[in-house]
Design a protein around this ligand. Structure first.
Ligand code: ZN
Ligand code: FE
Ligand code: FE
Length: 269
């Protein structure tokens, strides 16, 4: 059966531990048939002097990242397929700068992520106070509007951690404005939605997105891919059996992967 993890960080992202080989060996141990490295993209949206390497691949190392993964594709050719992608922050108004990252290489896939609302890195535990200074429903609403703008750029293959504002357990009250619209735009733009298992390791203790959102996605005939968001080798493929079981239960019969920007659908058996 096909088993692919498309959200794996690398030693080039300052916030991930372990070597490339350790991530790949873990994938082999867990019986994955395919993996994709999705390093955090360079911080193109910040002024040059503020760009860091704590949670991003520095611009000047992007070529190295590409070369390293290419040589691993060769090294592991007979045991596992390795795809090359990026987890890309979307920041409204910086589309031109973003274009140069998109065009930098013929990526197998690009994950769309929103980690910033304005200048607030809302998924960074060091900035938790931001949740207390704002209305929770407004946070979600702004988040989905930003996500939708990112989807509409046409740059991306999949939407990562769809309901990320829930990470620390701050839940909106009632219906969330923009949530359904975001799923519809996903459909219109032919984007895959990621079932990201990392939420299990966070205070919210559940997958991204939550099961009811996945059920809606299924109704809209969206395709899903799997991602562990591994920042340590042992996290590769984490909770994937449960994730697949959930997808089956919800009526999904395929999961997506990519080769050079083209989505490939694999049956879930
Ligand atoms: Zn990271
Ligand atoms: Fe992320
Ligand atoms: Fe990530």
């Amino acid at each position: 059966m096909f088993f692919g993890d498309y959200h794996i960080h690398t030693p080039r992202c300052g916030d991930a531990q372990g070597s490339y080989d350790e991530y790949i060996e873990e994938a082999l141990r867990k019986g994955l048939s395919e993996i994709g490295f999705s390093g955090h993209c360079p911080q193109y949206f910040l002024p040059l002097e503020e760009r860091g390497r704590e949670s991003a691949i520095p611009e000047e190392e992007l070529t190295l990242y590409v070369r390293e993964v290419e040589s691993l594709q060769e090294k592991y050719r007979s045991s596992i397929t390795i795809r090359l992608g990026l987890e890309v922050d979307f920041v409204p108004g910086k589309e031109e700068e973003l274009q140069s990252i998109v065009d930098f290489y013929s990526w197998d896939y690009l994950l769309l992520s929103v980690h910033y609302l304005g200048t607030w890195p809302f998924d960074n535990p060091q900035y938790l106070s931001g949740y207390r200074e704002r209305d929770i429903n407004e946070i979600y609403e702004t988040y989905y509007q930003t996500l939708i703008a990112g989807m509409k750029t046409g740059f991306f293959s999949a939407v990562a951690h769809f309901d990320l504002p829930k990470k620390f357990g701050f839940r909106p009250a009632g219906e969330v404005k923009g949530e359904i619209e975001a799923l519809q735009v996903c459909r219109e733009q032919n984007l895959v939605i990621e079932l990201n298992t990392a939420g299990r390791r966070k205070p919210v203790r559940e997958f991204y997105p939550a099961a009811p959102i996945l059920a809606q996605a299924q109704k809209l005939s969206l395709n899903v891919c799997l991602g562990s968001d591994a920042h340590r080798p042992e996290e590769v493929g984490e909770d994937f059996r449960e994730a697949l079981a959930l997808l089956c239960r919800l009526g999904f019969d395929h999961i997506a992967g990519w080769e050079k920007g083209i989505a490939v659908l694999h049956p879930i058996s």
